[in-house]
Ligand binder design. Structure first.
Ligand code: UDP
Ligand code: MG
Length: 345
């Protein structure tokens, strides 16, 4: 059995070397057949043991990450890397990793050592018990209270809107079986919300908890604004329930307006005309205008998504790689950076 470990990296030069060291150390017990090579290993059947490959995806880093990856690949024949022409985002990096991983089981993890590599043997064990997805769920211990509370509120909200259930703390650190990974890569949508995609493919899954670790080095690429947009993406990119909610809200407002109109007309008929009502009018107009703009915004978000989908652009472009599956010759891993597309004049 070949186990692939997929690692998206964006500006991780400080930590990537240490990460690889820890990763190889913690997974050495799994690596019984690395000398045999993956083709031979699979011929011998799963009982003979496992071998490993490490698929690093450099997401267009502008520091020395790619240099580090080349060094790792030179030292360790099990290291594959793919380097993007620019930063395409973690979702694209994970997709590339899944597409290029050859393993029978694929583990996705972060490069910053927040996902403990020592959990991998346990994940493989659970996979061998028959689970297609083994999800490592982090506890929120050590997180700021505001972050914990907002996460809780967000998951409550999102699970009311989504068809699939998303668990707080269950992120991208997970093992996927070959068929689960193939199912995820078969979903070609441009707006990728992995948490949702993983939940959508289903298959027998199991979850276990681990204690959250602090980032080893470098800094998180998430700002508050980015997180907010990611949250909105999750809410909007998975189904059309927000549109449905907009319709419900519109109908509710109409019903309230009808009752209010009846009350005013009733008042005019029984008590005669009285002119005051300027404040009421203003409040109603502002409230309705706000609701309308919000709803147009929701509709616009969906149109924006359709716009991106119909363009059918690739999810990422590869500028260098040492894996033949990436479409760049593995014979010249240290050669000049290869570019997809026309050269810039
Ligand atoms: N990452 C990436 N592309 C990006 C941002 C992040 O590949 O545009 C990688 C990053 O190198 C790391 C993982 O995604 O391995 C998680 O990123 P980070 O640690 O910044 O996120 P956090 O752990 O704070 O959620
Ligand atoms: Mg992190």
């Amino acid at each position: 059995m070949l186990i692939s470990v997929v690692v998206p990296c964006f500006n991780e030069e400080e930590v990537i070397g240490r990460f690889h060291e820890r990763l190889t150390k913690e997974t050495s017990a799994l690596d019984l057949g690395s000398d045999l090579g993956s083709d031979l290993g699979s011929d011998l059947g799963p009982d003979v043991g496992s071998s490993l490959e490490f698929v690093y995806v450099d997401d267009g880093s502008d520091d020395g990450t790619l240099v580090r990856l080349r060094e790792l690949a030179a030292d360790d024949p099990r290291v594959r890397f793919i380097s993007f022409s620019r930063n395409f985002g973690k979702e694209a990096a994970m997709l590339a990793g899944l597409e290029h991983a050859a393993g029978d089981a694929i583990v996705i993890m972060d490069a910053d050592l927040q996902h403990p590599p020592e959990l991998i043997p346990r994940m493989v064990e659970l996979h061998q018990e028959g689970f297609d997805q083994v999800i490592a769920r982090r506890t929120r211990k050590g997180d700021r209270v505001t972050r914990t509370l907002s996460a809780r509120a967000y998951y409550w909200l999102i699970n009311r809107f989504m068809d699939v259930e998303i668990v707080d703390g269950a992120g991208d650190f997970r093992l996927l079986s070959r068929r689960a990974a193939d199912s995820v890569t078969a979903l070609t949508e441009y707006n990728r919300f992995s948490k949702g995609l993983f939940a959508w493919v289903g298959f027998p899954s199991t979850t276990f908890s681990y204690e959250n670790a602090a980032r080893e080095d470098g800094h998180s690429k998430w700002s508050f604004g980015k997180l907010l947009n990611y949250g909105l993406d999750g809410l909007l990119s998975f189904n059309n329930k927000p549109l449905r909610t907009a319709v419900h809200l519109g109908v509710t407002l109409m019903a309230i307006a009808a009752v209010y109109a009846a009350w005013i007309v009733g008042g005019v008929l029984t008590r005669g005309v009285d002119t005051p009502g300027y404040a009421t009018l203003l409040v109603v107009i502002t409230a309705l205008a706000g609701a309308q703009i919000a709803m147009i915004g929701i509709v616009g978000e969906y149109i924006g998504r359709i716009y991106y989908e119909v363009k059918r652009r690739p999810h990422y472009l590869v500028k260098a790689a040492n894996t033949s599956r990436a479409g760049v010759s593995p014979a010249e891993p240290a050669g000049p950076e290869q570019r997809v597309g026309r050269p810039v004049r």
